[in-house]
Design a protein around this ligand. Structure first.
Ligand code: PLP
Length: 450
């Protein structure tokens, strides 16, 4: 099929085959070719494809009702999913507002924060500080918080221009500090920015606890997380964790905040929360934030499709699968295996400059020089070439330009949480073959001894 045969328009004109079916970590096109879903789509299909329990629950719900507007009816699936979500979140995060995707979850989080400030009598607080690079969504509110130039720049005149602080890209730093000190250094940048903006104007700080597409699974030093919480508390600023990609078990905890014992004030969830079975997301906060807003007349916000019983029945079944099959623990265990294998690639490919991640959210980054971490020439288009080469060989990966979207190339490897060690071997075999082919095509050296 040529691109012009389709009435659809998305980001790219690259023609893709028709999807036929999915099963576990595999997808099949209509010619019968099998693909390993090495990134769970866009880090979505956490429990794999065509899970029988989820499909059965959805079918049962379909036979009853697929939609009941949330202002007209309570529904059992939405109540049950809210209760289940609250039970899996850190203590105190027990009020749930359903949405249909990640951008909506982030928009809802910042509007909830703003309404909280108003009911607290703090009208002057409206600025949300976020990080650069980062990705928080494509609606104008979420995009204003996104630090990714190619996606944001054309729309700059339509946005307020929310303040940004550097993401903690310590692997690029060439100073004499320890990792602990670097973590604190990046956290202090937030404090400096709050003071520069005027603390009484700052509403919230928004961050991805483990980076997603824009930074390629960036993990900050441990010291960063606690210090950020302290700084937010010092100035009465709400800490919002964007766990759209990291939530629902992907990093080896239900939400990534648990790795550092942090309780954010508001959390955005989506992707793995609906796991590809239904468009679903949630904004989760504590009663401390939600109750005063309800007392003052309610949250002035909502999406028509949100909380519909079909999507919620899927979400509930997804969380039950996670629990019953210990998939969050599997993400932690298999994540260690995967990360070790990716580190192993550095022996063979001198152009892999860094490997990082947590649980089954992992990435590797290309460089021209490991000492300086200078990126490969942009003209090589490595980020798209390797993805295409792997795709031809039946492995789906996900890449972005790394340094704010303008240069550098990183690749995410994030299979469904059901992945086995043998399947990780299969992923690595295709990846190695693809890296060899890319190196050959780009004229890059490969260490044959490894
Ligand atoms: C961290 C993060 N936040 C928000 C979003 C936006 O989610 P959606 O594309 O579902 O609107 C994404 C999507 O990639 C994401 O990774």
């Amino acid at each position: 099929m040529t691109p012009t045969d389709s009435h659809l328009f998305y980001q790219s004109r690259t023609p893709r085959p028709f999807l036929d079916r999915g099963e576990g970590i595999y997808l099949y096109d209509t010619s019968g070719k099998r693909y390993i879903d090495g990134t769970s789509g866009a880090m979505v299909s956490n429990i794999g494809h065509s899970n029988p329990r989820v499909l059965a629950k959805m079918k049962a719900q379909m036979d009853k009702a697929t939609f009941g507007y949330r202002l007209h009816f309570r529904t059992e699936p939405s109540e049950a999913l809210a209760a289940k979500t609250a039970s899996m979140m850190p203590e105190g995060l027990d009020r749930v507002f359903f949405v249909s995707g990640g951008s909506e979850a982030v928009e809802s989080a910042i509007k909830l924060a703003r309404q909280y400030a108003i009911v607290q009598g703090q009208e002057s607080r409206w600025k949300v500080i976020s990080r650069f690079p980062s990705y928080h969504g494509c609606t104008l509110g979420a995009l204003d918080l996104t630090g990714y130039d190619p996606l944001a720049r054309p729309f700059d005149p339509m946005m307020r221009g929310m303040p940004k602080v550097p993401a903690p890209v310590t692997y690029l730093d060439r100073d004499n500090l320890s990792e602990h000190e670097r973590g604190l250094k990046y956290a202090e940048m937030l404090r400096d920015e709050i003071i520069a903006q005027g603390p009484e104007t700052v509403l919230a700080f928004l961050m991805e606890p483990v980076g997603g597409a824009s930074t390629g699974a960036l993990v900050a030093p441990d010291s960063y997380y606690g210090r950020i919480r302290e700084i937010c508390d010092e100035f009465g600023i709400l800490l919002i964790y964007d766990e759209v990609m990291t939530g629902a078990g992907r990093t080896g905890k239900f939400i990534a905040a648990e790795h550092w014992g942090i309780t954010p004030d508001i959390v955005a969830l989506s992707k793995g929360f609906g796991a590809g079975y239904a468009p679903l997301g949630a904004t989760v906060a504590g009663a401390r934030i939600v109750e005063p807003i309800l007392d003052a007349g309610g949250f002035l916000h909502g999406f028509t499709y949100a909380g519909n019983p079909l999507a919620c029945s899927a979400g509930l079944a997804v969380l039950e699968e996670l629990e019953e099959h210990n998939l969050v623990a599997n993400a932690a265990d298999m994540g260690e295996v995967l990360l070790a294998r990716l580190h192993g690639l550095m022996d063979r490919y001198p152009f892999i400059g860094h490997v990082r991640g947590k649980g089954l959210l992992t990435a590797f980054e290309f460089v021209a020089d490991r000492d300086t971490m200078e990126p490969l020439p942009t003209a090589l288009n490595a980020h798209s070439r390797l993805v295409e080469i792997a795709y031809e060989r039946g492995l789906i990966t996900y890449s972005r330009r790394t340094r704010g979207g303008t240069s550098g190339d990183h690749f995410l490897v994030a299979p469904p949480l059901i992945v086995t060690e043998a399947q990780i071997d299969d992923i690595m075999a295709i990846l190695t073959d693809s890296l060899d082919a890319f190196a050959h095509e780009a004229g890059l050296d490969v260490e044959s001894a490894a």
